[in-house]
Design a protein around this ligand. Structure first.
Ligand SMILES: Cc1cc2nc3c(=O)[nH]c(=O)nc-3n(C[C@H](O)[C@H](O)[C@H](O)COP(=O)(O)O)c2cc1C
Length: 223
């Protein structure tokens, strides 16, 4: 059984990547992590080119990602909040799942998904958008973990003096940025714990669902 973790953050190695990896690390299944950072993924163009054969005709990174999606049994989708919604890179990625859902069924039907949702101020918003998209693809939602990430305003060099930025919104106007007040996953141990519990939950759902022959993971009850 394979779990595919996909982080839709364009910032490699930041909060979304880290928390997706925490969920994956808690499972005893085969896992793969993919960052969408730098990937070319266009939005769905509504051309209907995928209706007859469930194959999107746009030639970009979704071509090889498509195969990864089809062969995985479950997913961990992670995304950051940009302007009070799901960031557009992740939205484009999920829009392109449209190719799977023609002719009374989805090629992804019955697969499971856990959601990792990050925001500088409102971390829960991307999860709500992703969760609303899953039923279109007949993917079963297993659970969600949210956490606070550091908005770029903490490191842009102008955060302390900028009235429009996240520093002023979170700490109040004129506050100094210190190592301690920059949001960081290391100061949210309860979120790491939640991520691990979510990893265990997705593994349990896979085990409960799998035929004996497919239980090729290393969990004790898989042997
Ligand atoms: C263009 C942009 C818009 C953002 N808008 C919001 C927002 O509306 N609400 C919020 O809570 N965080 C917002 N953020 C902050 C990000 O959610 C935060 O930096 C998060 O940690 C990003 O995830 P990452 O660390 O994995 O890159 C925004 C960040 C960027 C770059």
């Amino acid at each position: 059984m394979k779990i595919l973790g996909i982080s839709g953050s364009p910032r490699k190695g930041k909060t979304t990547d880290k928390l997706v990896k925490e969920v994956l690390s808690a499972t005893n299944c085969e896992t793969e992590f993919i960052s969408l950072a730098g990937k070319k993924i266009a939005p769905c163009s509504a051309c209907l080119g995928c209706v007859a054969d469930n194959l999107c005709k746009i030639n970009d990174d979704m071509v090889w990602l498509r195969e990864k999606l089809l062969t995985a049994d479950a997913y961990v989708f992670g995304a950051p909040n940009y302007f009070s919604t799901l960031n557009s890179l992740t939205h484009c990625f999920l829009e392109r799942f449209c190719q799977f859902r023609h002719r009374s069924g989805s090629a992804l039907a019955g697969k499971f998904a856990a959601i990792v949702s990050i925001g500088g101020i409102a971390p829960e918003i991307p999860a709500n958008v992703i969760e609303a998209m899953l039923p279109y693809y007949q993917i079963k939602h297993v659970g969600t973990v949210t956490a606070q990430g550091a908005a770029s305003c903490f490191t842009c060099g102008h955060g302390e003096n900028c009235s429009a930025g996240a520093v002023s919104i979170l700490l109040g106007p004129g506050q100094k940025i210190t190592k301690e007040n920059i949001p960081d996953l290391s100061r949210q141990p309860e979120k790491i714990l939640e991520a691990h519990m979510l990893g265990k939950k997705i593994e349990a759902r896979l085990l409960a669902n799998a035929p004996i022959s497919k239980k090729n993971c290393f969990a004790p009850d898989c042997q």
